[in-house]
Design a protein around this ligand. Structure first.
Ligand code: OAD
Length: 229
């Protein structure tokens, strides 16, 4: 079981040019989340939802990992088998930086899901409401991302890892979305040392022993260098 569990959010990809969700200029200010990130929004207007995720997919394809992603990959290289990254991000920048043990609790932009049979496959660059499932042929395909009101992926695995963690770190997440917002409290209660690395205190700040405030591209490499001595 991993000793170091790291939760990441939109803030770690901000310096790779991907927008965060909350705050001034955030994605949810431009697109109401009820419209593009709920099963009800998809049922109302699948064309709009596909357009939203197609635009995200194009943005992510052009983005490159930044020093924060790369520092976490170095940590995993140095501590083989001891590091688990649990990301709320649907981009693939951790993998692009070289991280291997990554759990995408909110799904992945690069994957598609059939609502009829549950099959998953690599998403085309542009998904559309007319696409059919390569498994069952139904025209009921959607991005394989977790929407509000749906159960995040891998919760049993995440909870087991939090229970066994010696260090829990949260990077670039506002602590406003559950269940991820509760991971620090859980890890803290189970005996982990908890560290928050964020531009500003998050809504979950009180659950952390240690706070490192600043841009992920600066504070994450510093933290990793300290861990690696
Ligand atoms: P948010 O947009 O809520 O929060 C991003 C956090 O990153 C904020 O606390 C910022 O202060 C911080 N931040 C911004 N730039 C940073 C930088 N350069 N370095 C360090 N920190 C920085 O994003 P998340 O917490 O990831 O879910 O949001 C969680 C979930 O809410 C997302 O996965 C998504 C969203 O709605 C779904 O769509 C289901």
């Amino acid at each position: 079981m991993e000793k170091i569990v790291i939760l990441t959010g939109a803030g770690i990809s901000a310096e790779s040019g991907l927008g965060t969700f909350r705050g001034a200029g955030g994605l949810w200010e431009q697109y109401p989340l009820e419209d593009v990130a709920t099963p009800e929004g998809f049922a109302r207007d699948p064309v709009l939802v596909h357009e939203f995720y197609n635009a995200r997919r194009a943005q992510v394809a052009a983005a490159r990992p930044n020093p924060a992603h790369r520092a976490l990959a170095r940590l995993e290289d140095a501590r083989a088998g001891e590091v688990l990254i649990v990301t709320q991000n649907i981009d693939a920048l951790h993998e692009a930086a070289g991280s291997r043990n990554v759990l995408h609790m909110h799904g992945e932009l690069s994957r598609a899901l059939c609502r009829a049979c549950g099959a998953r496959w690599d998403a085309p660059e542009q998904m559309s409401a007319q696409d059919v499932c390569p498994g069952c042929g139904a025209a009921l395909t959607r991005p394989d991302v977790v929407w509000f009101g749906e159960m995040p992926y891998g919760m049993d695995r995440i909870e087991a890892a939090l229970a066994g963690a010696e260090i829990f770190a949260a990077i670039g997440t506002s602590g406003q979305v559950w269940p991820a917002a509760g991971f620090a409290r859980l890890a803290h209660e189970m005996g982990a040392h908890t560290v928050e690395l964020n531009l500003e205190p998050s809504a979950a700040s009180a659950d952390f022993h240690e706070h490192r405030q600043g841009r992920a591209s600066e504070v994450v490499p510093e933290w990793v260098a300290e861990l690696l001595g």
